[in-house]
Design a protein around this ligand. Structure first.
Ligand code: SF4
Length: 894
C-alpha cells in the first residue's frame, strides 16, 4: 500500500479469477481529457504518494494540468523497470559493485545496494561486423566477440548472481529494444507488494536513447543516462517537470512504394522543424488504429531524433493482437485489455485529449526518402537524392580526391567519391519491422532473379534484432536471395547502427586514405553523425532496408533511381529499381504467411539461458566483486574515493581555463565516442602500455567498465573541432599551463591542469550533448576536471547527467554565444553565485567574468555576463550539492 491515499483511489480489478489492486485515475479531477502519457504519470503518483516526495498537491496539479503553461511543476516518476544494453549496462553494474564497497566502507550493509526496480540487460552492442558476405560470418563474429569481451561478460554473469532482480539476455540473441517489444514489455505490469498483487502501467527507463521504441506498445519510457538508471534501480524516482505534450494527428494511409522508414524520416523532419525538445509527443486520431504495431514501434524508436522525450501510442486492439502474435499469454492480454479500459488508457478516437500543441500528418502524402549525410533530420526525397549528393559533395571531398583503381580478392574496380562502401541492414528501428525487412527480402529476391549483384566495393551486412527475423526469412524462402546479394547475417546486435561496422577491406581503406575520398555508407539506422559509422566513411545516409539493398546494387550515392538502371538483367534488358520494387500487397501477404506465434515462443522460451559459450563462462560469486588488478575492461572507478557521510559545501569557480571551445550540435559521440580507439591516442597508448595489441583494442563502448580508457577517450572523437585550434580535427586543445600554450591531447592537458589545481570549463554552442544518452560523456567530462559547461543550449539527458556527475550546466544569456560575447577561450574564467546553493537556493543566474590571460590578444578588456543556471529541479540541486547523484543515493542508503 502506498503510505498515503488522498484520493481514495485504491480499488480491486478482477480478471479471469485473479484480483489485482489498482490505483484508479478517475478519482482525480481532470483526468478525462489528460493525454495518455500524463494519465500514466498520474497513476504513478497515486501509487507512490507518500506525502513528502509525492504529494496530494502534485497529483492535483497533474489532474488539472494546463497544456499551454510552461512546465514548472516537478514530479517524481518511479518507473516499473529498467532496461539496459551492455555498453551502458556494464558501467552501471561496475558502479553498483563499487557502491557496495563504498557502503561497506561508510559502515552500511553492502547488500542494500540491490535493484528495487527489476532490471534487464541485453548484450547487443558489442558484436562487430568483422566478417561479412560469407556463410560463416555470423559464427566467426560471435567467436571474436567472445574473445574480445569474455571479461565483461563474466563480470555481467557475476552481477546476475550478486544482484536480485537483475537479468541478462546473453549475446547473439537480439537488440535490446526489439527484445523489449517482442518479449520483455508487459504493457500492464504486476507485482506483489506487501502480500497484495498490484497491477499498474508498465513503464521503464532505459540506458539507451531509443528506449522509446516501447512507446509504440503504449509503454511510457525513455532513455536516461546510466547514472540515473542506477538511481532508478535503487528505488530513486526520476525527477521531472510535467512536460508539454504535443498531439500528433495521423490520418490517411501509407501509399504504395513508401515504407515505415520513409514515414519516420518525414515525421523526424516535421518534428525537428516544429521543436519538441523536452516534450512528449502523442499520436492520436482515427488514423492511429490503421498504424500497424511495428510501424508504431519504428516511430517511437526515432523519438530522440525528433528531440522529444517520448513518442507515445495509446493501447488498442492492434496492441493486443501484437501481444498475442509475440506469444504473450492470454491471461496477460486479458489483463492489459481490462486494466487499460478501467484506467481510460484504451484508445478512444472520439476523445481528443487536451494537448499543448497540435500537428497533423496525412500519411498518404509521404514519399520515399533518405536522410543524410550527417543528421537524421536532413531528409531528402529519394527522387532528389542524386542532386542533393552532388551539391554537398564538395564540402566533403577536397579537389585532389580523384578516382583510384583498386583490386580486392582478384576483382578490380575504380573507387570514387560517393561510392557506397557500406550497405547495412541494421538497427532495431527497422529490424523490428517485418514490413520493411520483408520488403528488403522480396526486393533481394527480385534482384537475384534478374541476375543483379551488389557492387564489389560494398560491404553488405544483415544484422537482425531478433532471431525471429531469421525464422521468417527462412519460412518466406528469402534467405538465399539475400545471401545471393551478399546480405549474410553478421550478428544479432547493433553492429553498424552503433558504429560496429567493422573494417573495410584493407585495399579499399588505404585507397580511400590515399585519395582522401568521400565514400558513403547507407544504413537502415537512426543516426548518421560524422565519424559514427566507420572511420573511413565521411558521409552516411539513412534509408529503409529495401533502399539499402538498392544502393548496394547501384554502388554509389551519385545515382538517380528514376533514370539510371541498376544493371542489366540476365535477359540483356536494363533493370530499374521500379522493376524490382515489391508490391505492397505481396509484402503484406508474405507477412501474413510467414510470421507466427510459434516463432516467438520458440525463440524466447530460453532467452536468458544463452548458448554453450555463455553457459560455460566461469561465473565469479560473492556480494562484492573481486576486481582483477590487471583487467583492461573492468576496473573500480574513483567516484567515491575519500567520500564522507557529510556533504562539503559547493564553491564558486575561480581561475578556470577553457579546455575546449566548441560549436553547435556537439553530440555525446563527440564527447565520448563509442567506436574505434586510435593507436596514437592517449587511450591507445594506455592500452598498449598495458600489453593490449592494437587488433584487440575493441571499441570505446566496450571499454566503458574501465575509467582509465574512458577518461583518455573523452573528447577524442576524430571529428571534434576545438576552436582553440585552427582547422585541427580530433581530441586536441591548447595547454595553457605552458607558456606557449602548445597543441596537446585533451587528456594530456587535463593531467597538467589537474596537477596545477586549475579547474576547467567547456564553452559550447547550441544543442550541446545531443545524440545518444551516454553517461560517460558526463563522467569523462567530470574526471577530466571540468567544473562547468557553458553552452547556448543543452540536450536534456546530457544536461542532467552533467549535474549527476557534479558539473554545473550554464547557459549563455538568451541570444548570446561565446562568439557574440567576444570569448575566444584564451581567458581565465571566474564564476560566482554558485555558493547560494549551500543556502538551499538555486540561483537563476550566476556571474561569469572572463579575464584576458597572457595567452589572449593584448589590450582586451574583461568580459562579464550572467549565465543561466540549468539546474532545473530541486532534486537536481540536491544531487549537485552532494557532488553527484551516486553520492546522493549512497548517502541516503547509509
Ligand atoms: Fe540503439 Fe541502434 Fe542498437 Fe537499436 S540497433 S539499440 S538504435 S544502437
Amino acid at each position: 500500500m502506498s503510505a498515503v491515499n488522498s484520493f481514495q483511489s485504491i480499488d480491486t480489478l478482477s480478471v479471469a479469477g485473479t484480483d489485482y489492486q489498482v490505483f484508479r485515475v478517475d478519482r482525480v479531477p481532470g483526468y478525462e481529457t489528460l493525454p495518455f502519457s500524463l494519465k500514466v504519470l498520474l497513476e504513478n503518483l497515486l501509487r507512490t504518494e507518500d506525502g513528502a516526495n509525492v504529494t496530494e498537491a502534485q497529483i492535483r496539479a497533474l489532474g488539472s494540468w494546463d497544456p499551454s503553461a510552461e512546465p514548472d511543476t516537478e514530479i517524481q516518476f518511479t518507473p516499473a523497470r529498467v532496461v539496459m544494453q551492455d555498453f551502458t549496462g556494464v558501467p552501471c553494474i561496475v558502479d553498483l559493485a563499487t557502491m557496495r564497497e563504498a557502503v561497506a566502507e561508510l559502515g552500511g550493509d553492502p547488500n542494500k545496494v540491490n535493484p528495487l526496480a527489476p532490471a534487464e540487460l541485453v548484450i547487443d552492442h558489442s558484436v562487430i561486423a568483422d566478417l561479412f558476405g560469407t556463410a560463416d560470418a555470423l559464427e566467426r563474429n560471435v567467436e571474436i566477440e567472445y574473445e574480445r569481451n569474455g571479461e565483461r561478460y563474466q563480470f555481467l554473469r557475476w552481477g546476475q548472481t550478486a544482484f536480485d532482480d537483475f537479468k541478462v539476455v546473453p549475446p547473439g540473441t537480439g537488440i535490446v529494444h526489439q527484445v523489449n517489444i517482442e518479449h520483455l514489455a508487459k504493457v500492464t505490469y504486476t507485482r506483489e507488494v506487501g502480500g497484495v498483487l498490484r497491477a499498474y502501467p508498465d513503464t521503464c527507463v532505459g540506458t539507451d536513447s531509443h528506449t522509446t521504441m516501447v512507446n509504440g506498445l503504449g509503454v511510457l519510457g525513455w532513455g536516461v543516462g546510466g547514472i540515473e538508471a542506477e538511481a532508478a534501480m535503487l528505488g530513486q524516482p526520476v525527477s521531472m517537470l510535467i512536460p508539454k505534450v504535443v498531439g500528433f494527428k495521423l490520418t490517411g494511409s501509407i501509399p504504395t512504394g513508401v515504407t515505415a522508414t520513409d514515414v519516420v524520416l518525414t515525421i523526424t523532419d516535421m518534428l525537428r522543424k516544429h521543436g519538441v525538445v523536452g516534450k512528449f509527443v502523442e499520436f492520436y486520431g482515427a488514423g492511429v488504429s490503421a498504424v500497424p504495431l511495428a510501424n508504431r514501434a519504428t516511430i517511437g524508436n526515432m523519438s530522440p531524433e525528433f528531440g522529444s522525450t517520448a513518442a507515445m501510442f495509446p493501447i488498442d486492439d492492434v496492441t493486443l493482437d501484437y501481444l498475442r502474435l509475440t506469444g504473450r499469454s492470454e491471461e496477460q492480454v486479458a489483463l492489459v485489455e481490462a486494466y487499460s479500459k478501467l484506467q481510460s488508457l484504451w484508445h478512444d478516437p472520439s476523445v481528443v485529449p487536451r494537448f499543448s500543441e497540435y500537428l497533423e500528418l496525412d500519411l498518404s502524402t509521404v514519399v520515399p526518402s533518405i536522410a543524410g549525410p550527417k543528421r537524421p533530420q536532413d531528409r531528402i526525397e529519394l527522387s532528389a537524392a542524386k542532386k542533393a549528393f552532388e551539391e554537398v559533395l564538395p564540402s566533403y571531398a577536397p579537389e585532389a580526391s580523384t578516382p583510384i583503381d583498386v583490386t580486392v580478392g582478384g576483382e578490380s574496380f575504380t573507387l570514387d567519391n560517393g561510392h557506397v562502401t557500406i550497405a547495412a541492414i541494421t538497427s532495431c528501428t527497422n529490424t523490428s519491422n517485418p514490413s520493411v525487412m520483408l520488403a528488403a527480402g522480396l526486393l533481394a529476391r527480385n534482384a537475384a532473379q534478374k541476375g543483379l549483384k551488389a557492387k564489389p566495393w560494398v560491404k553488405t551486412t544483415l544484422a537482425p534484432g531478433s532471431k525471429v527475423v531469421t525464422d521468417y526469412y527462412e519460412k518466406a524462402g528469402l534467405t538465399d536471395d539475400l545471401e545471393a546479394l551478399g546480405f549474410y547475417t553478421v550478428g544479432y546486435g547493433c553492429t553498424t547502427c552503433i558504429g560496429n561496422s567493422g573494417p573495410l577491406a584493407e585495399e579499399i581503406s588505404s585507397a580511400i586514405a590515399e585519395k582522401d575520398l568521400a565514400v558513403t555508407a547507407v544504413l537502415s539506422g537512426n543516426r548518421n553523425f560524422e565519424g559514427r559509422i566507420n572511420p573511413d566513411v565521411k558521409m552516411n545516409y539513412l534509408a529503409s532496408p529495401p533502399l539499402v539493398i538498392a544502393y548496394a546494387l547501384a554502388g554509389t550515392m551519385d545515382f538517380d533511381f528514376e533514370s539510371e538502371p541498376l544493371g542489366t538483367g540476365s535477359d540483356g534488358a536494363p533493370v530499374y529499381l521500379r522493376d524490382i520494387w515489391p508490391d505492397a500487397a505481396e509484402v503484406q501477404a508474405t507477412i501474413d504467411s510467414s510470421i507466427d506465434t510459434a516463432m516467438f515462443d520458440h525463440q524466447y522460451s530460453s532467452v536468458f539461458e544463452g548458448d554453450e559459450r555463455w553457459r560455460s563462462l566461469p561465473t565469479p560469486d560473492g556480494a562484492t566483486f573481486d576486481w582483477d588488478a590487471e583487467s583492461t575492461y573492468v576496473r573500480k572507478p574513483p567516484y567515491f574515493e575519500g567520500m564522507t557521510l557529510e556533504t562539503s559545501p559547493v564553491s564558486d569557480i575561480h581561475g578556470a581555463r577553457v579546455l575546449a571551445k566548441l560549436g553547435d550540435s556537439v553530440t555525446t559521440d563527440h564527447i565520448s565516442p563509442a567506436g574505434s580507439i586510435k593507436a596514437d591516442s592517449p587511450a591507445g597508448q594506455y592500452l598498449m602500455a598495458h600489453g593490449v595489441d592494437r587488433k584487440d583494442f575493441n571499441s570505446y563502448g566496450s571499454r566503458r567498465g574501465n575509467h582509465e580508457v574512458m577518461i583518455r577517450g573523452t573528447f577524442a572523437n576524430i571529428r571534434l573541432k576545438n576552436q582553440l585550434l585552427d582547422g585541427v580535427e580530433g581530441g586536441f586543445t591548447r595547454d595553457f599551463t605552458q607558456a606557449d600554450a602548445p597543441q596537446s591531447f585533451i587528456y594530456d592537458a587535463s593531467v597538467n591542469y589537474q596537477a596545477a589545481g586549475v579547474p576547467l570549463v567547456i564553452l559550447a554552442g547550441k544543442e550541446y550533448g545531443s545524440g545518444s544518452s551516454r553517461d560517460w560523456a558526463a563522467k569523462g567530462t567530470s574526471l577530466l576536471g571540468v567544473k562547468a559547461v557553458i553552452a547556448e543550449s543543452f540536450e536534456r539527458i546530457h544536461r542532467s547527467n552533467l549535474i549527476g556527475m557534479g558539473v554545473i550546466p550554464l547557459q549563455f544569456p538568451a541570444g548570446e554565444s561565446a562568439d557574440s560575447l567576444g570569448l575566444d577561450g584564451t581567458e581565465s574564467i571566474a564564476i560566482s553565485g554558485i555558493e547560494q546553493l549551500n543556502e538551499g537556493v538555486t540561483p537563476k543566474t550566476v556571474r561569469v567574468v572572463a579575464t584576458p590571460s597572457a595567452h589572449s590578444a593584448p589590450g582586451r578588456a574583461p568580459i562579464e555576463f550572467d549565465a543561466v543556471v540549468r539546474i532545473d529541479t530541486p532534486g537536481e540541486a540536491d544531487y549537485y550539492r552532494n557532488g553527484g547523484i551516486l553520492q546522493y543515493v549512497l548517502r541516503s542508503l547509509v
